[in-house]
Design a protein around this ligand. Structure first.
Ligand code: FAD
Length: 413
């Protein structure tokens, strides 16, 4: 274990409106906890700012005493941070607030906003954001890393819809960046994220969408290879309005999993269609003809997409990995099914990308598109914090499968 750097935080504490928590303080374990419970974060201190000025003062203090600063919204991506011994973990969870401008069709969010807050606020005005699969992923971390939503094949990645960023740069200046002001910085943060400063507010476009035709077709797990191959063939020629996922789900027999599916396994196709029911049903007909044991695809409010993927809400112990795929063929499907079925992996999914996800425009930022037509991601539950062995070894094997065929690679999820 690395030794945490000891630092006198009294000057910072007296300067801030928010809190500074060190290993000596009561509440240390709660303060240093990430959403991902498998990650044991041991920074030099945790700062919980209440304002953009608190963020600025923290960066200036860190610069003076020679510490690094790691911004964190929720800690969904905490596994990537590594050793934090000489780092102030700057948690933005108290910087909340979502403002919707219905006329301009934009949202402005504070650094700690999570997606469900934006989805619900936008829906009140008949608008939708390019939110991801999970209700409690942070808007800033997700968007600055790219941001793949259920609407991405039609509307592109989340980073491309950002219109302005407010951030504190490494030298402690609170600046605004948009297409006209600090344009280089604006380009860099849309993909480069936390490497260029700590974002205090983000502004982005919304879309006039209130309903989608969406849901899940469920099949028995012993049809895994057949259904994944049929789904893969079906994705060819689908319009950009149709997004889908081929997925293996193996629910453990634990109380957190709802009774009807607890301890059971399935191969499923999740489908989201931006259009009316008749057109969506016509497109889905070949998959329905395969005879799902359960079919939940129906016209649904856009807000329901936040829970379609059944991502856990609140802190959870997950070990996951994935990558981009140049294609999905029968050999790859066989390998995936062999690796996954009966393993401790809870979910193994292949998302269909392409469409607007693969298109770059000059006005986009550093991460503008993903060329690969498919993305694969596998995740398992690690029951005890710090114990990731079983799922991690499988997800590593998973990455090796994907790396053989990936033209681009990204830890998008
Ligand atoms: C259950 C689950 C579901 C997911 N679903 C999707 C999905 O559908 N689509 C998708 O694209 N991704 C998805 N992801 C991946 C997710 O978008 C990334 O892990 C993202 O980085 C999480 O952002 P966060 O702020 O919640 O996490 P954090 O761990 O808090 O932040 C991740 C990183 O973002 C940067 N960051 C955060 N806040 C700031 C800030 N204020 N200023 C500067 N940089 C900052 C930092 O580099 C930080 O290390 C999912 C992840 C999980 C665990």
């Amino acid at each position: 274990m690395t030794t945490t750097t000891l630092v006198d935080v009294r000057p910072l504490r007296s300067a801030l409106q928010g809190d500074v928590v060190t290993p000596e303080d009561e509440g240390w374990d709660e303060a240093r906890q990430a959403w991902n419970l498998t990650v044991d974060q041991r920074p030099a201190a945790v700062v919980l700012p209440e304002s953009a000025e608190d963020v600025r003062d923290t960066l200036r203090f860190a610069y003076e005493v020679g510490l690094r600063v790691a911004p964190q919204g929720t800690g969904h991506g905490a596994a990537a941070l590594g050793d934090l011994a000489d780092t102030i973990l700057l948690k933005t969870e108290r910087l909340r607030g979502v403002e919707i401008d219905p006329e301009a069709r934009t949202a402005r969010v504070a650094a700690g906003a999570i997606w469900i807050e934006v989805v619900e606020a936008a829906a009140e005005h008949g608008l939708a954001a390019l939110a991801g699969s999970s209700p409690d992923v942070g808007v800033v971390g997700y968007t600055l890393g790219g941001g793949l939503s259920w609407l991405a094949r039609k509307h592109g990645i989340g980073a491309n819809q950002v219109t302005a960023v407010e951030l504190v740069t490494a030298d402690g200046r609170l600046v605004r960046a948009d297409a006209e002001t600090n344009a280089d910085l604006f380009w860099a943060v849309r993909g480069g994220g936390g490497n260029f400063g700590v974002v205090t507010a983000l502004e982005f476009n919304l879309f006039p969408i209130t309903e989608v035709y969406a849901g899940i077709l469920w099949f028995p797990i012993d049809r895994a290879a057949e259904i994944l191959n049929e789904w893969r063939a079906w994705t060819d020629g689908q319009p950009e309005e149709m997004t889908s996922v081929g997925r293996l789900l193996q629910f453990p027999s634990i109380p957190e999993i709802p009774e009807p599916v607890r301890g059971q396994s399935f191969v499923v196709v999740q489908a989201i269609f931006l259009g009316d029911e008749a057109d969506g049903a016509a497109l889905l007909a070949p998959l329905r003809a395969l005879g799902p044991v359960l079919d939940t695809v129906t016209t649904t409010p856009i807000t329901e997409l936040s829970r379609l993927h059944m991502d856990p809400e609140g802190p959870a112990p997950g070990a996951g990995d994935g990558g981009m795929l140049a294609d999905v063929d029968a050999e790859l499907v066989d390998t995936l099914v062999d690796l996954a079925v009966g393993s401790p992996l809870l979910s193994v999914e292949i998302r269909h990308l392409g469409g607007a996800v693969a298109r770059a425009r000059p006005e986009h930022g550093a991460v503008s598109h993903f060329e690969a037509p498919f993305l694969m991601y596998a995740v398992g539950i690690a029951p005890t914090p710090g114990r990731t062995t079983a799922p991690a070894s499988r997800t590593r094997a998973w990455s090796e499968v994907s790396s053989g065929s990936a033209p681009t690679c990204s830890s998008a999820l």
